[in-house]
Design a protein. Structure first.
Length: 257
């Protein structure tokens, strides 16, 4: 069963990606591989002006697979996940996330790499990795650039989620709507007014130009955090205890080392 649904809209000018893996829309290896395949396909779509992401059902995504965060899987998982970010940077096609319900961990990181983020009032956004004793490499780089260190550190270091209204207040969310249906209607209008009238090739250059420093920073530093995660963090007791205790549905017993 495929975990991604793809629809081309507006005469193939918009690619709509729907994460479709049951209630939680977990970004596991299979879903990531399907996304990689789509991104390769998009390279040949000359008139593609926008890629949108959303979750099926009530939630955007609960994040990456916790099982794949285990020490023996972490290196391969991170490499596969981070490839998504490099691919989107290289495509330079405008991206937009439509967020409902839980948007957590790797799910929020996928939304964060997008140029535009819209949400309805059910949205809850968070990076709960610290609760499992680990940290999110992409979000650790992207959040400070998007919303500044003070707001970013509160999200990253506490693991506390924020609602859509707070996201808009701190500059993370472009706009908030009453419910998912309204969000879809209003985002369609926004796309029709702000994206479709423009040249696909010029939009790519606008993305490259507006994100020149952002993209350079991600490409330069994401590998460093990936290495820190695999070679340092996962050698600690508590990172492994946090992952294992979650999978075993028990409270972690930290040794602070």
């Amino acid at each position: 069963m495929q975990k991604i649904e793809l629809n081309y809209n507006h005469s193939d000018q918009v690619a709509e990606i729907i994460l479709k893996d049951g209630k939680a829309n977990i970004l596991d290896r299979i879903m990531m591989d399907e996304l990689h395949t789509l991104f390769e396909e998009f390279k040949g779509k000359q008139k593609l002006k926008l890629i949108t992401f959303e979750g099926s059902g009530d939630h955007f995504s609960f994040g990456a697979s916790v099982v794949e965060h285990k020490k023996e899987n972490a290196a391969a998982m991170l490499k596969n996940f981070h490839k998504l970010f490099y691919s989107l940077i290289d495509l330079s096609i405008p991206t937009l996330a439509k967020i409902s319900g839980q948007c957590l961990g790797g799910g929020l990181e996928l939304a964060l790499i997008c140029n535009f983020m819209f949400a309805d009032k059910s949205a809850r956004l968070g990076q709960p990795e610290i609760i499992l004793g680990v940290f999110p490499p992409p979000a650790s780089l992207i959040l400070p650039q998007k919303i500044g260190n003070a707001h970013a550190e509160e999200i990253l270091i506490t693991g506390k989620p924020i609602n859509a209204e707070k996201g808009k207040e701190i500059g993370l969310i472009n706009d908030v709507f009453e419910d998912k249906k309204t969000m879809h209607i209003e985002v369609e209008k926004w796309v029709a007014d702000n994206i479709l009238p423009k040249s696909a090739s010029s939009l790519k250059y606008a993305v490259k130009a507006s994100r020149k420093m952002f993209n350079h920073f991600i490409k330069m530093k994401l590998g460093d955090l990936e290495q820190m995660y695999v070679e340092e963090l996962m050698e600690t007791n508590d990172a492994n205890e946090g992952i294992n205790s979650f999978l075993e549905k028990r409270k972690p017993e930290w040794k602070n080392c």
